[in-house]
Design a protein around this ligand. Structure first.
Ligand SMILES: [Zn+2]
Length: 172
């Protein structure tokens, strides 16, 4: 079976996601700075794919879950939370240099592109965590990779293997 084949249901879902993201961008983006950090709007609860518990970047905004946002505002981000912010900032940089619309389109429609972009940001995150003596939660990310949050970017088993290899490489 060709793994890059997109079935019609997923295509419709992807189009729905684009529409939601565009609406979010129009109504929620009002930042004058180059990167704007905001709390995740509560209406994301009503969408299927936007997860209110996972930090998300939609250029030029980084949306943080409620608790993490309050830590950000009070300057009390944990090492793990700081690593998440670094991950999202990496996405912002890549989106900015690649072109945000083109990036988003490729991210939604190309599983390979989506996986590469996530692994690139995760590597930065892992390097930061390793430097600060913290662990990376491979099991949690592998579960998310095989869920709607990452549009089923890969299987849990494959994700676990990739992330374990990367973590071993980083801490070496
Ligand atoms: Zn990411």
């Amino acid at each position: 079976m060709n793994k890059n084949y997109i079935n019609p249901i997923k295509l419709i879902i992807a189009i729905f996601v684009i529409v939601v993201l565009v609406i979010v961008k129009i109504f929620v983006s009002s930042c004058r700075e180059s990167v704007c950090i905001k709390p995740i709007p509560s209406f994301w609860n009503y969408t299927i794919f936007l997860d209110t518990k996972t930090a998300t970047t939609i250029y030029p905004n980084i949306y943080l879950p409620e608790e993490m946002y309050s830590h950000y505002i009070s300057g009390e981000l944990s090492i793990t939370e700081s690593s998440v912010l670094l991950h999202e900032r990496t996405h912002i940089e890549r989106q900015g240099s690649y072109g945000p619309i083109k990036w988003l389109f490729n991210y939604i429609f190309s599983r390979k592109f989506r996986l590469n972009e996530e692994l690139f940001a995760i590597r930065k995150q892992m390097e930061f965590l390793a430097l600060n003596g913290e662990d990376y939660d491979i099991n949690k990310k592998a579960s998310q990779f095989s869920s709607p949050t990452y549009l089923w970017v890969t299987t849990k088993e494959k994700a676990e293997k990739l992330l374990t290899q990367m973590w071993d490489d980083v801490v070496d």
